[in-house]
Ligand binder design. Structure first.
Ligand SMILES: *[C@@H]1O[C@H](CO)[C@@H](O)[C@H](O)[C@H]1NC(C)=O
Ligand SMILES: *[C@@H]1O[C@H](CO)[C@@H](O)[C@H](O)[C@H]1NC(C)=O
Length: 455
């Protein structure tokens, strides 16, 4: 090669000019053309950045039905008579959060707006308020992947508990299915991409007229064919007959605006001085069955100076004032979570919020309920006391190694954000709360379903 170049200088010269021109072109490109094009974006879609209002890719756009007001707002107007035990008016305030609540425990927050005296059966209102402001909401039904019908099912159920005429008790449920059946989007997928939310347990909507069980006021909403095709989000699913039912957390008292609200609180419960081995916030229940263990817990707690007990008597503030409840739980290593009238309890979520390790006596209090939210293995975040050990709860708990307790508590505290309901007026929370988790799971299901239909 080099001998050829030496022998043919003109060719060599031409090569030099050619390279020089190329080089100049290249310089020209770098300085004048490239800067005009946008810089390469190395990080993909910034979905998790707290400064974006873009809907994340794993969440489908959601459409909220504008239901006739008898299914939601009109119920609220009768708040005094919605529940036979409680005047619900204070609890429907602030879009279902209830009234702001104060306690020395909550003083870290710059303003008190993270803490409310939230009713345990009000998740449906909180969900609605949160979704109305959600970044994945669309007003265009043709763009939506998931469809939400904001029927306040739980408030409806409790408002007709005393109705002896069964057809009258079921009336609004039947009217709802008549409404939803006529919607074009419902017909398109047979309802599989639609959901309702209830703040009450599924049992309140699953009356079976053919058996001779005691009538505790349930209606038949979840038995109706249209609802059977939809998804039902409920604080307690029917463990055997609830295949379209998905557990969502009972709302507790903490409704953070931004992620730093959560981290400040997590730090506080992590450092909390836990003076007692265990505690029980709750009362006795009549009858045997699933609540029988309560008697054992009450006896053993009463005998032990390592147990803190909050007696829940009607009218007592000890079990209903958020600050008092959390104070007891923040002083305890373990919190007893026996079943009561139903399998589940709001107290489970209060105890996690307080960093107190929940102790279960039935698998249906959490393990078969909240698959969207809790780790697959219960050993990561809880203690289970099987029936043969109910007589020796304190011994059982004292035998848990200190390192195990530490790991359990770390995991429990990690669960706090995804089990909370962010304040509905927060537009940029920068964390994934209970509503966000539900939307991701609903989206996964809908996308799987549509793939299945295509092939
Ligand atoms: C959210 O903001 C609206 C409009 O300002 C207000 O009416 C509503 O009460 C607020 N919600 C809560 C829970 O504070
Ligand atoms: C205080 O509350 C207001 C709404 O009342 C909210 O917009 C603001 O972010 C809160 N500030 C802090 C620091 O939490």
């Amino acid at each position: 090669m080099s001998s050829v170049k030496k022998n043919n200088p003109p060719v060599y010269l031409r090569n030099v000019i050619f390279v020089a021109v190329l080089f100049m072109l290249w310089i020209f490109l770098i300085f004048f053309i490239l800067p005009a094009t946008p810089p390469l974006n190395l990080s993909p879609v910034p979905t998790t950045s707290p400064t974006t209002t873009v809907c994340p890719e794993d969440t489908g756009l959601i459409y909220i039905y504008d239901l006739p007001p008898k299914f939601n707002h009109e119920l609220l107007r009768r708040c005094r008579s919605l529940n036979i035990y409680t005047d619900m008016c204070p609890y429907i305030a602030n879009q279902g959060l209830g009234g702001p609540t104060h306690s020395a425990l909550f003083s870290d927050q710059v303003n008190g707006s993270n803490w409310y005296a939230t009713h345990q059966f009000i998740a449906e209102m909180i969900f609605h308020a949160r979704l109305e402001n959600h970044r994945c909401r669309t007003e265009d039904a043709t763009q939506a992947e998931i469809f939400y019908a904001p029927f306040y099912t739980g408030l409806y159920a409790s408002s007709v508990f005393r109705e002896s005429e069964l057809s009258e008790r079921d009336r609004l449920a039947v009217e709802f299915t008549e409404f939803i059946r006529q919607q074009p989007a419902f017909r398109r997928c047979g309802g599989a991409d639609h959901f309702v939310v209830t703040g009450r347990t599924a049992w309140d909507f699953m009356r079976r007229d053919d058996d001779d069980q005691e009538d505790f006021g349930a209606n038949r909403l979840f038995m109706l064919p249209e609802i059977r095709k939809m998804k039902v989000l409920t604080v307690e699913r029917h463990p055997w007959d609830g295949t379209n039912q998905f557990g969502i957390p009972y709302p507790s008292y903490f409704h953070p605006w931004i992620s730093s609200d959560v981290t400040i609180w997590q730090e506080k419960v992590r450092k909390s001085h836990r003076t007692h081995l265990f505690s029980f916030v709750g009362g006795p229940r009549k009858g045997l069955g699933k609540a029988a263990v309560r008697e054992q817990i009450l006896q053993q707690c009463g005998r032990s100076n390592r147990c803190l007990r909050s007696k829940c008597e009607p009218g007592s503030v000890l079990c209903y004032e958020p600050g008092r409840v959390l104070d007891v739980m923040m002083k305890s290593e373990f919190c007893m979570q026996p079943p009561g009238d139903s399998f589940t309890r709001r107290s489970v979520f209060d105890s996690i919020l307080a960093g107190c390790i929940p102790v279960f006596f039935s698998e249906h209090t959490a393990y078969t309920q909240y698959g969207w939210y809790l780790p697959d293995s219960w050993q990561e975040y809880s203690i289970f006391v099987p029936k043969e050990k109910w007589g020796k709860i304190e011994e059982e708990l004292s035998s848990v190694a200190e390192s195990v307790v530490r790991n359990l508590r770390t995991r429990v505290i990690q669960l706090i954000p995804s089990l909370s309901y962010v304040h509905p007026n927060s537009t940029e929370p920068g964390l994934r709360d209970a509503v966000d988790v539900a939307l991701v799971k609903l989206t996964e299901d809908v996308r799987q379903f549509s793939v299945g239909r295509k092939f």
